[in-house]
Design a protein around this ligand. Structure first.
Ligand code: NAP
Length: 479
């Protein structure tokens, strides 16, 4: 089912409703926000039997994965409920007056945070629950005290409507302001552009492709009053095993990596897209095991025809690249699930061609061969920004050599999350999580879109100087 385009009038009405709800929702207590978030979680879980088949029909992701995604989404809503009930959105700093001349002397200052206002939220196609209508962006914005207008993803149109209908029922039953959650629909850029251009929209939360994110960020910045654009975009997630890891555990690591590349048909923002390996026999053995294990994978169908076409375009370009040595190039019929793709390239050629640093969304990866760790660090520098970097072989209590430490430094320079064990697919929702990273993985690298720190995106600090007692006593709860 495709979405009917929301008309400009409908878009304006959805934003107007959010604007009307904004002052009431901003003043709401932690308990009120938590009640709504928990109600949404319960409603989502309660409709599982209806929502999972619906989502499966539209995305083909399978009942087990989709049911698990409902659990994660409900967990996340409840997590933000606990967070806001515990006062996180109202955290404030009381800075008592100090008598005397400046710079030592100063007035009483109370630093509080106020909700930004209506948030335009763009769902991604590959997480129909967790990065969609009631996903992390919505949960964190509501917890922060901001109404949300969702731009539904056309890849799961019917599901978006069903989830929004049950969410609005919860809003009505709880007597929360009606405009606290709204939605616009349509396959085509006009709807999203029109939403971002609405003067009352105060911020954008976007999860999706690099191209879409860039385009919408420009729209946000070119408004008469530019607004924050929290874009989580694509990523190539390099994996760098140290020679010691190859020697000690190469076979198991290569097999685990193959499964991660093919998991969910490679349709994860954290899917490993680059494997940085040394030249030489141990690197060769790893490549051989990885190729064999990846060839044995049978990815399921992709989300939809445009994403499949994008994958085929990407691997075709790689397949024809003069500097790439193909390792796995089997192609599948257009109506069959895709086959994994793997190719190899020298570090120098990889570094020299920025097109090779772009994400190919699907079960595909490049092996980049390096002469030493210093060149591996240069590969990371060339990538420049990634949601994750995975480093294997750094275990132990003793600080490794300078080249290894430099690699860790480079990894932390370019990634939002640096893993020292496991594979990057799978992002825990917790306080310590960071899902972002320098551009191009995110347009707002100081923030995260997964984990409880995501709340901070939608709160703006205000210093109240010599506030009257009645205002200071609100202790961070906005008026
Ligand atoms: P997408 O094609 O960018 O779509 C996301 C949303 O943006 C859709 O609502 C789409 O609307 C809209 N859009 C796209 N281009 C636009 C433009 N030029 N102007 C206005 N609106 C535009 O992304 P997707 O296919 O759903 O998701 C796959 C991508 O998301 C992958 O690259 C993946 O790595 C990335 N992703 C990132 C994360 C993360 O956390 N960083 C998480 C999941 C996925 P229409 O389709 O209606 O045009």
């Amino acid at each position: 089912m495709t979405l009917a385009d929301s008309t400009p009038t409908q878009i304006a009405a959805a934003v107007q409703a959010a604007e009307s709800a904004a002052p009431t929702w901003a003043r709401s207590s932690g308990a009120e926000r938590a009640r709504l978030l928990r109600g949404l979680a319960t409603a989502l879980g309660g409709a599982r039997d209806i929502l999972v088949p619906l989502a499966d029909r539209e995305t083909g992701l399978g009942a087990a994965r989709l049911s698990g995604e409902i659990d994660r989404t409900a967990f996340q809503l409840r997590g933000f409920a606990d967070l806001v009930e515990g006062g996180a959105a109202f955290a404030h700093t009381d800075d008592a007056a100090v008598a005397g001349a400046p710079p030592v002397g100063h007035p009483y200052l109370q630093r509080v945070r106020v909700p930004l206002g209506p948030v335009a939220m763009f769902s991604a196609s590959n997480f129909p629950f967790a990065f969609s209508v009631l996903g992390g962006d919505t949960a964190s914005a509501l917890a922060a005290g901001c109404p949300v207008v969702v731009k539904a993803h056309p890849g799961h149109a019917e599901l978006s409507r069903a989830v929004m209908a049950l969410a609005q029922k919860v809003v009505a039953e709880q007597g929360a302001p009606a405009g606290v959650l709204g939605m616009v629909e349509g396959a085509g850029i006009e709807v999203g552009v029109g939403l971002v251009q609405q003067p009352a929209v105060a911020a954008v939360a976007f999860t999706g492709s690099f191209r879409g994110g860039r385009a919408l960020e420009q729209v946000a910045l070119q408004r008469p009053r530019p607004i924050p654009f929290f874009g989580e975009l694509g990523s190539i997630n390099p994996v760098v095993p140290l020679p010691g890891a190859l020697k000690a555990n190469g076979t198991a690591l290569a097999q685990g990596l193959a499964a991660s590349i093919a998991m969910g048909c490679g349709q994860f923002c954290t899917s490993p897209g680059v494997v940085v390996l040394p030249t030489g026999a141990e690197g060769d053995a790893f490549v051989a095991t990885l190729s064999q294990a990846l060839a044995a994978q049978t990815p399921h169908a992709m989300l939809n025809a445009p994403i499949r076409a994008g994958f085929e375009r990407g691997v075709q370009a790689w397949g024809q690249h003069a500097k790439l040595q193909p390792l796995l190039t089997e192609r599948a019929a257009a109506d069959a699930p895709p086959r994994p793709f793997l190719a190899q390239v020298s570090a120098a050629d990889f570094i020299a061609d920025e097109h090779l640093h772009e994400e190919v969304f699907g079960p595909a990866a490049l092996v980049v061969r390096t002469r030493d760790l210093a060149q591996a660090a240069q590969v990371l520098q060339a990538i420049g920004g990634s949601l994750t970097v995975t480093l294997w072989g750094f275990e132990g209590a003793t600080e490794p050599g300078a080249a290894e430490v430099e690699l860790v430094r480079n990894a932390t320079q370019i990634a939002g999350r640096v893993l020292f064990a496991g594979v990057p697919t799978g992002v825990a929702v917790t306080q310590g999580q960071q899902h972002g990273g320098p551009y191009p993985s995110s347009t707002a690298p100081a923030s995260t879109s997964v984990g409880y720190a995501a709340l901070d995106r939608f709160l703006r600090p205000v210093a109240l100087q010599d506030p009257p007692a009645w205002l200071a006593q609100r202790a961070g709860v906005p008026v």
